[in-house]
Design a protein around this ligand. Structure first.
Ligand code: HEC
Ligand code: HEC
Ligand code: HEC
Ligand code: HEC
Length: 175
């Protein structure tokens, strides 16, 4: 009788341990990636390596950030400026080369966007507002994969209040 109980308790312990382990696995598989790092990209490009470790200026790859409505993603030519010589046979670089040779732009997953009816321009924020990329995008140079950050209206308004920028949003921000 006593032995049967002991056996049961042992099974219960194993069962609980298995449930906890499963829970942890599910957490790391589903929840963690969404919190910790951004979505997987077609090429595992890392901002941490390029903008962080190698300290390449943001504007080298995003040169239109002050000049046009869209900061723009770098053209593939730009990657081969360096990768023609640097790790040219790395599997991810070979993937990039395949896109390049076929003349097909890399289908990067977009991370930051505002809806079409919102008028946002980088230029006044950088030139007049004296803001840094990190004020809105976070510390990109520390991220391997960029993380999504929702630009809800509150995000715009909170900073505009704090910095005493214009709040006349229906006129200025909505098309
Ligand atoms: C100014 C030079 C430069 C440019 C431009 C550049 N890279 Fe790199 N890239 C590097 C250096 C340096 C490394 C590190 C190489 C090493 O670890 O030996 C690197 C590493 C990488 C790696 C390997 C990362 C890893 O996990 O170790 C990938 C993939 C990559 N680059 C993709 C790109 C893509 C895509 C572009 C274009 C959008 C690009 N690079 C533009 C210099 C550059
Ligand atoms: C070597 C080139 C390179 C450098 C340097 C670089 N970027 Fe990028 N950036 C890219 C590429 C390629 C993508 C598209 C892939 C991705 O989202 O990771 C991108 C995407 C982005 C995006 C997301 C666009 C979107 O909504 O999908 C932001 C924001 C950004 N970069 C900001 C920065 C900032 C801030 C810096 C400087 C701290 C910087 N980048 C430096 C190449 C670069
Ligand atoms: C005041 C906040 C703010 C600052 C500061 C800022 N950005 Fe952005 N950025 C945004 C918003 C909002 C979007 C989405 C725009 C859209 O969907 O049209 C964006 C989009 C982008 C994109 C995606 C591509 C594109 O053309 O839309 C890149 C790349 C980017 N920013 C780079 C930068 C860099 C580099 C800096 C610093 C030099 C910077 N941003 C500073 C708010 C900001
Ligand atoms: C981190 C702070 C910050 C955030 C976040 C921010 N702004 Fe601004 N914004 C400013 C500042 C500062 C100025 C004022 C620049 C000046 O006129 O001196 C400004 C100016 C503007 C202007 C007037 C200039 C122009 O383009 O005509 C518009 C419109 C605007 N912001 C829209 C937005 C929208 C839309 C968002 C959200 C996607 C946003 N801002 C997020 C700080 C911010």
């Amino acid at each position: 009788m006593a032995r049967g109980n002991q056996e049961k308790r042992r099974w219960l312990k194993w069962f609980l341990a298995a449930v906890i382990l499963m829970g942890m696995m599910l957490f790391f598989y589903y929840v963690y990636p969404q919190r910790g790092i951004g979505p997987e990209q077609p090429i595992s490009f890392s901002h941490r390596v390029h903008a962080g470790v190698k300290a390449i200026n943001c504007r080298f790859c995003h040169p239109f950030v002050e000049r046009s409505e869209h900061a723009g993603l770098p053209e593939m030519e730009k990657c081969f400026f360096c990768h023609q010589y640097i790790i040219p046979t790395h599997p991810e670089i070979l993937k990039e080369k395949e896109y390049f040779d076929r003349g097909r732009p890399v289908p990067w997953v977009r991370i930051f966007y505002v809806p079409d009816f919102v008028k946002f321009r980088h230029q006044p924020h950088l030139l007049w507002g004296k803001l840094d990329c990190a004020d809105c995008h976070g510390r990109v140079e520390e991220m391997d994969r960029l993380q999504k950050k929702d630009f809800q209206m509150k995000f715009c308004i909170d900073c505009h209040k704090q910095k005493k920028a214009q709040l006349d949003c229906w006129l200025a921000c909505h098309r």
